[in-house]
Design a protein around this ligand. Sequence first.
Ligand SMILES: [Zn+2]
Length: 114
Amino acid sequence: MDELPVIDATVGDAGELVEVWRAQGEMDGQLARALLEGSGIESMLSGEALRLTHGLTVDGLAEVRILVREEDVTKACEIIATMENVSSCPNCRFPVRVEDARCQNCDASLPRGS
Ligand SMILES: [Zn+2]
């Protein structure tokens, strides 16, 4: 997948933000965000910053990064791993796509589902 030029998120006074998931498109990102909010976890989509910066509409293939506060990372990973076609990395517990060969977080090789 092509790497998009994603602008660093502006964290303001929200403290340290950690990327826990790269959604494929804004809808996917909003879905993950809604799930997190339902569990009381605030999140930020860095794709929003990208769109605002460039005045573009993020298309269905754009990568949207989901950032949460450092203290919410573990729980956020568990929640995102419950999404459709998402599993969790056996090494670092970060959410991974079932079709991915490598973890986006720790670069561990993932067992491919058969
Ligand atoms: Zn990992």
